[in-house]
Design a protein around this ligand. Structure first.
Ligand code: HEM
Length: 220
């Protein structure tokens, strides 16, 4: 791991691997959340399974926590190193002609998503840990859907979540294809396909999360 993060190529590689893990996590997370729109019982069963399965709780959850922290910390480190190694800043270039807004503002969109995650962990994860391990409340499979639904009764929270999902989409629009480039997956035939999948991914995943948040708000 130290070898992977000590060279700039290694750091980009490690960053890309953590990004790919998070891309898969987002698909799984959205799939469970969409169940809350379709069926209360299905969402409750899936949440109970995720919440008490030892493989998820004691292996995947710590790995996820590590991947999230690693991804954000490495993002800051790469940004600082890139800025320091650029003797003449982009001032001399017409930046918008050779890069997209998304690629130039990965730090900004990342910070908004990080702020969202702070609130999100407080809303759901913190409550979960308190419920299970501090208070030691009894298992109740029917509680997940009403708890989730109640969180979206506050319009301010819904607006903040939706803004964060839009910024998440912009972050993914560049991040998806960039992670493939960083691991060296570049090919005249496959790169356009990776870019197209990345574009659809960065639209559909945030749109799905927005649907869940707005659904629970309008059905209060
Ligand atoms: C409307 C959208 C969303 C809803 C309703 C939602 C719901 C939830 C819920 C209920 C949990 C608690 C899981 C548990 O029992 O521990 C959770 C955890 C989590 N969510 Fe979300 N989420 C949403 C969007 C997102 C997004 C966009 C991200 C990432 C950018 C995200 C990242 C996480 C993470 C990292 C956890 C902790 C995972 C864990 O507990 O294992 N969520 N979310």
């Amino acid at each position: 791991m130290a070898g992977l993060t000590s060279s700039s190529i290694g750091r980009k590689y490690a960053m890309a691997l953590s990004a790919m893990f998070l891309l898969i996590f987002l698909i799984m997370h959205l799939s469970v959340n969409l169940l809350s729109v379709i069926s209360k019982d299905a969402f409750n069963s899936a949440s109970e399974f995720m919440g008490y399965n030892p493989f998820i709780q004691f292996l995947m959850q710590p790995i996820l926590g590590f991947a999230v922290i690693f991804h954000f910390a490495m993002g800051f480190i790469l940004e600082i190193k890139n800025n320091n190694s650029r003797p003449i800043k982009y001032r001399m270039n017409n930046r918008s002609s050779n890069s997209t807004w998304m690629s130039r503002n990965m730090l900004l969109s990342g910070v908004v998503v990080l702020a969202f995650l702070g609130l999100h962990m407080y809303d759901f994860w913190w409550h979960e840990m308190d419920y299970k391990y501090v208070v030691g409340s009894v298992r109740d499979e029917a509680r997940y859907w009403p708890e989730l639904h109640a969180q979206f009764g506050n319009v301010g929270r819904v607006i903040f979540y939706v803004v964060a999902f839009v910024l998440l989409g912009l972050h993914l629009a560049h991040g998806f294809q960039s992670s493939f480039q960083s691991i060296g997956a570049r090919h005249p035939k496959y790169t356009p396909m990776i870019k197209a999948v990345g574009t659809w991914y960065s639209i559909l995943i945030p749109a799905g999360f927005i649907l869940v948040a707005v659904f629970h708000y309008v059905t209060q």
